[in-house]
Design a protein around this ligand. Structure first.
Ligand code: AHR
Length: 660
């Protein structure tokens, strides 16, 4: 398969004699000294939502599901292990009155001699562990009465063999967090974790937890390093969080409330995940949010990635596809105050209430929050009424914070038109447009922004993905066709960076065994992660951003689908490189001549990255993760002219060094 692609790629570099070409080939001119606009520092970002097990079971590296028994069924994810001889009993205690955030714990009474009583956790569709790696078991425990009980834990692989173990011998009368690190002896994608109690007496336990020691930046109780690395490789300019519809909640009661996601993890109250039973064909009853990945961690992640944080907050409206519940205008203050307090949490001095909390969590310096979204996919008058109240409060208190308003769930139609017209009368900095559409829509809309008003709010292409026919494999909707059409569309985003100043593909992550929505940018199981063709398209745009948009024209016209070619161009003034991005959406080779005007190309090779596939229906899977992946080669212009033949159905990024 790879050989076929390589064969295809070799035809890219056929150089043509200029004379013979002039008639047959398209000639595209890049006006490198005529910048249209700077490429915004926020241009290419990522959209994170806790959907598809993206947080618990995904980015958040906790391996135990329902660690504090707070799911509505307290033993969901757990199974009791009965002793062969002796007795063992479990009570789920509820101390809501004194600890409302984490009200339940397990009270275990045992009298065992030769075989233990225990609780076995199934993890998130199994537990992924790697041979030779260290894992940190931790547990909150106290003796409930005079007792002689020890705790032993073991990891069991799919065949029932023990692949790791540790023990805690002494438990005190007070609640204490016990930690023990142990090494795993075999790799397993679907292990179970047994917590075993031996001896005689009664013990209370809570927050039963297992994390890899090797997390992102080795932070204890941190994030899954391989997944964060994939985000880091995208070099995102911003991170939008926490969604998505999860911001809205199905009803206001289950909306995302950032204040409940900060502070000590055991004091963050888990709630049901709104994607839990959203889709009848993908019911996921065990999908909850523990908020171990909460707003502090989102800010920290953004900082780690060198990206601007972009939180989106509830505006007093639950999902309009579900309940459409709204908070009365005269009770909106709670929601507005939450938003104002978030700015204090992110940016405030540690003399302020919320700044002090951030500082106490280990980040004395501000996170430097600059933008904030008000509502997700809202629409109609009730949204405008509520948005106005937020805008008023922010203009008064934090006029420097840029506000993002929503343009509804669709890219056109009466709701969309209404919102745009209304928002032009107000002052949001960005309007968040969403498009989940077939590939053809993306090809057709490559020039969508060419005539957008440059004076109104800027566009945030906040959620988009090409949705085509269903295929059985989980990753089967992330076809090369979908990615190619997004690349074509993105040439239009970059060309119009004057008005489109932020964009992000959605959703970002999906567990192959626990997804609700697809396509998605990155697929993973309990041990591995794979990039989709769509990921590679995002990455090629992002790492080849450039500093200024410059025109690339054919006979004075932009290229947005004529003869199946889509193109945009930037220059990177710091690096001294002309960057051209071109999609060939035809099943044939496309011979093209680029003429670079306004700068002198250096007499040295540049590069071409080519992303293509044998078939438009190809996609990457855990078994074949590199089926569709970019290939880089050297390429050299002849003075300021470059003649190439673009591979059929390909996305190409040229980098040509010039004399700076
Ligand atoms: O990305 C998945 C969902 O699509 C988001 O939660 C929502 O904003 C949109 O409808």
């Amino acid at each position: 398969m790879m050989t076929t692609i390589l064969k295809k790629l070799t035809c890219l570099f056929i150089s043509f004699s200029i004379i013979g070409l002039l008639k047959a080939q398209k000639q595209l001119t890049v006006f490198a000294n005529k910048p249209v606009t700077e490429v915004p520092s926020t241009m290419w970002g990522v959209f994170f939502e806790d959907i598809n097990f993206s947080a618990d079971g995904g980015l958040y590296a906790e391996l135990i599901k329902n660690r504090s028994f707070e799911f509505s069924t307290p033993l969901m994810g757990w199974k009791e292990i009965k002793p062969k001889t002796g007795t063992g009993k479990l009570l789920i205690m509820n101390q809501g009155a004194i600890s409302p955030q984490n009200s339940r714990f397990a009270n275990i009474k045992i009298n065992t001699t030769n075989s233990p009583y225990g609780l076995s956790n199934e993890g998130f569709r199994g537990i992924g562990v790697t041979r030779g790696k260290q894992y940190r078991f931790s547990i909150l425990a106290r003796k409930a009465e005079a007792t002689d009980v020890n705790i032993r834990v073991e990891l069991i692989n799919a065949s029932g063999a023990k692949i790791g173990e540790a023990r805690i011998d002494t438990v005190s009368d007070k609640w204490v967090r016990h930690n023990v690190i142990f090494t795993v002896t075999a790799t397993e994608n679907k292990a179970r974790f047994n917590v075993l109690f031996e001896g005689k007496g009664c013990i209370d336990v809570d927050m039963i937890s297992l994390f890899p020691v090797d997390t992102w930046k080795n932070r204890p109780f941190g994030l899954r390093a391989d997944l964060v690395q994939m985000l880091a490789d995208l070099k995102p300019n911003f991170v939008r969080f926490p969604g998505g519809c999860i911001v809205e909640g199905r009803e206001l009661e289950t909306r995302y409330q950032w204040k409940k996601t900060v502070g000590e993890p055991e004091n963050r109250t888990p709630i049901v995940n709104r994607w839990n039973t959203e889709f009848k064909h993908r019911l996921t009853a065990d999908y909850y949010q523990t908020f171990g990945l909460g707003f502090f961690e989102y800010f920290q992640l953004s900082e780690d990635l060198g990206a601007e944080p972009l939180p989106i907050l509830n505006c007093g409206m639950a999902c309009q596809y579900n309940t459409s519940e709204v908070a009365p205008i005269d009770q909106l203050n709670t929601y507005i105050q939450d938003a104002l307090d978030l700015v204090e949490f992110a940016n405030g001095a540690d003399t302020t209430k919320w700044g002090k909390l951030r500082s106490g969590m280990g980040h004395p310096k501000p996170f430097n929050l600059k933008m904030l979204g008000v509502g997700n996919e809202q629409w109609d008058e009730q949204y405008i009424e509520r948005y106005k109240e937020f805008e008023k409060a922010f203009k008064a208190r934090y006029p420097e914070i840029k506000l993002v308003a929503a343009a509804g769930p669709s890219p056109s139609g009466p709701r969309f038109d209404y919102l745009w017209a209304e928002f032009k009368k107000l002052s949001p900095n960005f309007l968040d447009e969403h498009y989940y559409q077939p590939s053809q829509w993306f090809f057709n809309n490559a020039s969508r922004y060419d005539n957008y008003d440059r004076k109104g709010p800027k566009v945030f292409a906040g959620e988009y993905a090409a949705h085509n026919k269903d295929v059985d494999d989980p990753e089967g909707k992330n076809t090369w066709l979908s990615a190619l059409s997004e690349a074509a569309f993105m040439t239009g985003l970059e060309r119009n960076a004057e008005v489109v100043q932020m964009s992000s593909y959605a959703p970002l992550l999906a567990h192959v065994d626990a997804w609700q929505w697809r396509p998605d940018l990155i697929w993973f199981d309990n041990l591995r992660a794979i990039a989709t063709p769509n990921y590679f398209v995002q990455k090629l745009f992002s790492v080849n951003k450039g500093t200024h948009v410059v025109p690339v024209l054919e006979e004075g016209k932009i290229l947005a689908g004529k003869d199946s070619i889509y193109a945009c161009s930037t220059i990177d003034r710091k690096a001294g490189v002309v960057i051209i991005k071109v999609v060939n959406n035809s099943p044939k080779n496309a011979p093209v001549i680029f003429k670079i005007e306004g700068v002198a190309l250096l007499n040295k090779p540049g590069t071409i990255d080519v992303l293509t596939a044998n078939n438009l229906t190809d996609f990457n899977t855990l078994k074949e993760p590199q089926k569709v992946a970019p290939q880089q080669n050297a390429i050299k212009a002849n003075k300021n002219t470059l003649a190439v033949s673009l591979a059929p159905s390909s996305f190409n990024v040229f980098r040509l060094p010039y004399k700076n």
